[in-house]
Design a protein around this ligand. Structure first.
Ligand code: PFF
Length: 475
């Protein structure tokens, strides 16, 4: 065994708690807010297919690797990588993989908190009854009024950041365990109710066709500013990046949660359960949202506001919509909350371990930094909405600072982190060590995992990267 049996930060009280916490990290804005809008922007079915393939072939094996590395190293990702590199007799530069994750988590949390703030604002809107019987225009205006007002966005962003820091400062186990046990099932039930509404009142067949009948042309071809089609792999990269994002992979969040995992827990089973729960939630969100998109003639590619423009319409026209709507946005905020705390846990664990800073001071420090960085995203939706720093490139022609931050962290840093994790787990770490830690002997499942990680995952990530770089085109 490398290192300790237990992390200095403590341990989950059981395997179930780990599953709940990791599912809490995975299920978040990525599933309910992001999945539908990027699916809409990238043409539907083919995008969903690539995303599902990435979850199965890349996501699950990498999740197993992250849990395995975390449990073996039992420290923050930076120190875990340091320890395991020494154990394997390799350079301690592998610790920079931990740093990459810390920076990605920081960037992601900066804007994640802004969007989660929209969710909080919508708890108030939904409970006030503004959506009751409201037309599409009224609902669009509510959204526009929110995002165009930096003051409101800053207030909600600040509130969410304070809530996140509060839980993080107290340690992952305490409040989080209880919250997730109850909130995840509640979110699931409310999504089912929304799908039922969409089946009855929305353009359900059209939505199913959009989501599940692949149209590869719509994924690979985009229009430039002159209305000319051009070929791009960017949609494939976005699907792959999203597979990492939605499963919280590639940046050490699952690794650090794995470091609190008791021995003798099946890593494979656990990874499958988390991935399945996460995927089901995303698909349900799609099935709840797109029937309304098509029934109300909304543009599927209308961007980050999609769920805030569609679901309120459903709430406004259903029996008990005020209660359901309020509950939905409360649950969405909770789902974001349980994800955001895992975004900073890698950095926090490192500050506590290596600099000896207390959990409370460490969370305040990170919180203030992330909050300040979040202002870039706040302004991207209003006073800087015309600032498009990379507009000379076709694929970034409409990208605001928020879009670019998201692109850099999610589509570049997470897959890169995942690629390096895969390389470390099967090329650097010894076969004996990974076999011992995964605990499934030398059976077919282990061999398959190793094969996927040795060849398929790295090749897939590199091919997609190269294609995006190769086909990147100037306007
Ligand atoms: N998985 C989260 C979501 O889908 O909303 C986002 C996330 C959390 C990404 C934690 C990465 C992470 F480490």
């Amino acid at each position: 065994m490398a290192g300790n049996q237990i992390s200095m930060h403590g341990q989950w009280s059981s395997r179930w708690v780990f599953i709940l916490a990791a599912t809490g990290s995975a299920v978040g804005l990525g599933n309910i807010w992001k999945f539908p809008y990027i699916t809409g922007e990238n043409g539907g079915g083919a995008f969903v297919l690539v995303y599902l393939a990435c979850i199965a072939v890349i996501g699950i094996p990498i999740m197993m690797a992250e849990i395995m590395l975390g449990r073996r190293g039992r420290q923050s990702p930076i120190n875990t990588m340091h320890t395991l590199a020494i154990e394997a007799g390799h350079s301690t530069n592998w610790q920079y993989l931990g740093w990459l994750g810390v920076i990605a988590g920081f960037l992601i949390l900066s804007y994640y908190s802004v969007i989660a703030g929209w969710g909080l604002a919508y708890v108030v809107h939904a409970s006030s009854g503004v959506f009751t019987g409201a037309s599409v225009e009224v609902i669009n205006n509510v959204f526009f009024d929110l995002v165009s007002d930096p003051k409101q966005l800053i207030i909600w962003h600040s509130l969410f950041m304070v809530l996140t820091m509060f839980v993080v400062a107290r340690g992952v186990q305490g409040g989080l365990e209880k919250a997730v046990k109850f909130l995840m099932p509640a979110l699931f039930i409310i999504l089912l109710l929304l799908v039922a509404y969409a089946v009855q009142n929305g353009a359900f067949e059209q939505a199913v066709e959009f989501l599940f009948v692949p149209d590869f042309h719509a994924l690979f071809y985009k229009l430039d500013e002159h209305g000319q089609e051009y070929l791009t792999w960017n949609g494939v990269l976005i699907a792959m990046g999203h597979a990492f994002f939605t499963l919280s992979l590639g940046m050490g969040a699952i690794m650090v949660y794995g470091s609190y995992l008791p021995e003798n827990t099946s890593i494979t089973q656990t990874a499958f359960m988390i991935a399945i729960a996460d995927t089901v939630v995303a698909l349900l969100a799609g099935l709840a949202i797109f029937p309304i998109v098509f029934a109300t003639n909304l543009e599927p590619g209308s961007g980050p506001g999609l769920i805030f423009k569609t679901l309120p319409f459903a709430f406004g026209h259903m029996e008990g919509g005020v209660v359901f709507g309020t509950l939905f946005f409360i649950l969405l905020s909770f789902a974001a909350w349980t994800s955001s705390i895992s975004l900073i846990e890698p950095a926090l664990a490192w500050l506590v371990e290596s600099l000896g800073i207390g959990r409370i001071s460490a969370s305040i420090m990170i919180g203030i930094l992330c909050w300040a960085a979040g202002l870039l995203s706040v302004f991207s939706f209003n006073i800087w909405s015309d600032v498009k720093p990379l507009s000379d490139f076709n694929i970034f022609k409409d990208s605001t600072i928020f879009d670019l931050l998201d692109y850099l962290a999610v589509n570049i840093m997470l897959p890169l982190g995942g690629l390096l994790i895969a390389i470390f787990a099967v090329w650097i770490m010894s076969r004996e060590a990974s076999m011992e830690e995964l605990g499934m002997g030398d059976r077919f499942a282990y061999k398959l995992w190793r094969l996927l990680m040795r060849y398929i995952t790295p090749i897939a990530v590199i091919v997609v990267f190269l294609n995006v770089v190769g086909i990147i085109s100037f306007k």
